[in-house]
Design a protein around this ligand. Structure first.
Ligand SMILES: C[S@@+](CC[C@H](N)C(=O)[O-])C[C@H]1O[C@@H](n2cnc3c(N)ncnc32)[C@H](O)[C@@H]1O
Length: 240
């Protein structure tokens, strides 16, 4: 059954994807690899973002410029949905519903990504995990779409995994990648595990560069998978 929301190809060439809450472009890179012309938006400057980038509030930018794009990905910050908030007494904005409202107003095919603890906020989300793409990370992420997204088989978590902050070994080849005061070697190993070489620390670089970038990222392989389906649907709809 064709999806009622076609991607527009008025300009010819690659379709344009808006990457909201972009951080350093883990998600954006996968869409680029799938054939999209990607533009990122983040409330903070992202000097390592590999494509065109704007510093702006995501919903403000979407409302003003969404009509210039063919599809939208949004990764609202996940801190609001963390069970740790009960202990640290911090409050964070709950952005999933407002982002969805804005996306529905714009009326484009969309993807909303978040962590498993946000599952109740997402509508019928699909789950992706590292071993689905031969990545050595058990990194579950959920993806809500307003078009049908299929997922690969989910391999069992049989390989041993490091604790956060530790480098992978032969005995524990999988990495846990979450925040902390990590070494340069850890950061580079994490960048390799997620296949994000552009945020590795250069030999002369400071350690802090990119720690947050790698800890918050979606592996590009996930959005390559999603973007490929988005592209394939586009071709079918254009041919129809
Ligand atoms: C989970 S990270 C996104 C990770 C990214 N998708 C990736 O794969 O690399 C969330 C990002 O949202 C940004 N952010 C937070 N509030 C925002 C807002 N109101 N508008 C735009 N960006 C915002 C943060 O600066 C952070 O970089």
């Amino acid at each position: 059954m064709p999806h009622p929301i076609p991607i527009r190809r008025e300009r010819g060439g690659r379709p344009r994807l808006l990457d909201l809450f972009s951080c350093a472009g883990g998600a954006g890179m996968g869409y680029h690899q799938a054939g999209f012309d990607v533009t990122g938006v983040d409330i903070n400057p992202q000097p390592n973002y590999p494509f065109t980038h704007h510093v702006a509030d995501a919903i403000d930018y979407l409302s003003a410029h969404g009509h210039e794009y063919d599809a939208v990905h949004a990764s609202p910050p996940c801190q609001h949905y963390s069970p740790l908030n009960a202990y640290n007494h911090k409050t964070y904005p709950d952005l999933i519903a407002p982002v969805r409202d804005a996306l529905q107003t714009v009326g484009l095919p969309y993807v909303i990504e978040n962590v498993e603890t946000a599952a109740s906020e997402l509508r019928d989300p699909a789950l992706l995990c590292g071993p689905m793409f031969d990545l050595k990370v058990y990194r579950h992420r959920l993806f809500e779409t307003n078009w049908p997204l299929t997922t690969p088989p989910h391999p069992a978590h049989t390989a041993a995994c490091t604790r956060n902050g530790y480098l992978p070994t032969q005995a524990k080849p999988f990495m846990t990648i979450t925040g902390g005061r990590h070494s340069r070697a850890w950061q580079n190993a994490a960048s390799d595990a997620l296949q994000m070489p552009w945020i590795k620390v250069p030999p002369s670089g400071d350690i802090p560069r990119g720690i947050r970038e790698v800890c918050e990222a979606i592996p590009p392989a996930y959005t390559h998978w999603i973007g490929t389906q988005l592209q394939a649907r586009t071709s079918l709809e254009v041919a129809a």
